[in-house]
Design a protein around this ligand. Structure first.
Ligand SMILES: [Cu+2]
Length: 395
């Protein structure tokens, strides 16, 4: 056995925890069971696909009914810790598995289905205004497109809408997000990731660690003229540094979204598992093939960069591409890229957006000037611990 067990255990805990939290069929047939064990990888036949982990976000496999996988989702308002420095909480709009508030987050729970299955959404709206769910990148029938005023009557507050079951077209990484009052709702967080896993992939294409990352930007500090649900007395914003004001859908007066997040957390506030898990780095074993699925749900491009190694773009939205080995990869709003690297270089590294201002929280760096914002720490092999001062407490 070439590998240590640290990441295997970590991964298993994350995946099993998500399965227990959600009461869904076990995920053990995915990443936890199949990743990198010598016997499985040594078999050159076809192996099971990997279920991505999405740190800070729950994984949701829905409910199986025949060949249909049903996802029951509720759009709702809640408080989320975005960052440690200088703000901890903001009022966001995001998603939860219906009836399971412990799964609520922005981005919403990561939906997992398998190629060949039909998927179906049952969407409840607990937002204070009409909304809809638009599957972004799948081949949905027109009535499922969710575009308010064009092809879909929005779902009113308190209403539940059942979508038509359909086949998403092909395996890949996709998203679900509001397409009603998009300019207000999407910057507040009404987005989430969908992964349709291939039934079979070549063994050499199977990563040891598969991580989904949704990129977002938030402005918790600005007033919002078109909304009447701003918390606080007399409609005034509360001080976002303690109570958590409602996310403004527009940039601040510097033209910036002050908080840049991966899976709804700046680097200093990032955790390793489901919502509320302890903060810390993502740990992988030396030699692991690490795959990152990127989705840009923000209003601007981000140039994602891995330290200490090159990374290779292997597919876009499930479609293989000529491998492109890069130092940084710019991803525009609404795009999906899958990048990979072999974790041969031990140590504590960062994966981050290369825009300098996007490595800060409201213009401020973290502990000792550390990059925060759109940053994730990835530890390869036996590395010295990350200074505890870098991470804040979990939300
Ligand atoms: Cu960026």
């Amino acid at each position: 056995m070439r590998r240590g067990l640290a990441m295997r255990r970590t991964t298993s805990v994350i995946v099993v925890t998500a399965a227990l939290v959600l009461g869904v069929p076990t995920l053990l047939s995915g990443q936890a069971a199949g990743s990198g064990r010598g016997g499985r990888d040594g078999n050159r036949g076809q192996v099971a696909p990997t279920v991505p982990i999405t740190p800070s976000v729950a994984t949701y496999q829905g409910e199986k009914n025949g060949d249909t996988r049903i996802f029951r989702l509720t759009a709702t308002e809640f408080q989320q810790q975005l960052a440690t420095f200088p703000i901890r909480n903001a009022t966001v709009w995001g998603w939860q598995v219906t009836g399971r508030p412990e799964t609520r987050s922005t981005p919403g729970p990561t939906l997992v289905a398998y190629e060949g299955e039909r998927i179906q959404f049952v969407v409840t709206n607990n937002l204070p205004q009409p909304t809809s769910l638009h599957p972004h990148g799948t081949h949905q029938p027109n009535e499922n497109d969710g575009v308010a005023g064009i092809n879909f009557d929005p779902i009113n507050p308190g209403e539940t809408r059942t979508y038509t079951p359909y086949r998403p077209g092909h395996a890949g990484t996709f998203a679900y997000h509001t397409h009603t009052n998009t300019a207000t709702q999407e910057p507040r967080g009404v987005v989430g990731l969908i992964t349709i896993l291939p039934q079979r992939v070549a063994w050499m294409d199977k990563p040891n660690v598969d991580i989904g990352m949704t990129l977002q930007t938030f402005n918790p500090d600005g007033p919002d003229a078109d909304d009447t649900t701003v918390p606080g007395e007399g409609g005034k914003m509360l001080n976002p540094s303690d109570e958590g004001g409602l996310i403004a859908p527009m940039p601040d007066d510097r033209g910036m979204f002050p908080f840049f997040t991966i899976n709804g957390k700046t680097g200093d506030a990032s955790n390793t598992g489901v919502p509320g898990a302890p903060n810390g780095p993502i740990k992988v074993n030396q030699g692991d093939l690490v795959q990152i699925r990127l989705y840009n749900a923000s209003s601007m491009s981000h140039a994602m960069h891995m330290h200490g190694t090159d990374m290779t773009v292997v597919d876009i939205n499930g479609h293989p591409v000529s491998p492109q080995t890069v130092t940084a990869k710019a991803i525009a709003p609404g795009e999906f890229f899958t990048v990979r690297f072999r974790a041969n270089n031990p140590g504590t590294w960062i994966f981050h957006c290369s825009f300098p201002g996007h490595q800060a929280n409201a213009g401020k760096s973290g502990f000792q000037g550390a990059p925060v914002g759109m940053t994730r720490i990835i530890q390869v092999g036996n590395a010295a611990p990350v200074p505890a001062a870098y991470f804040g407490p979990p939300s």
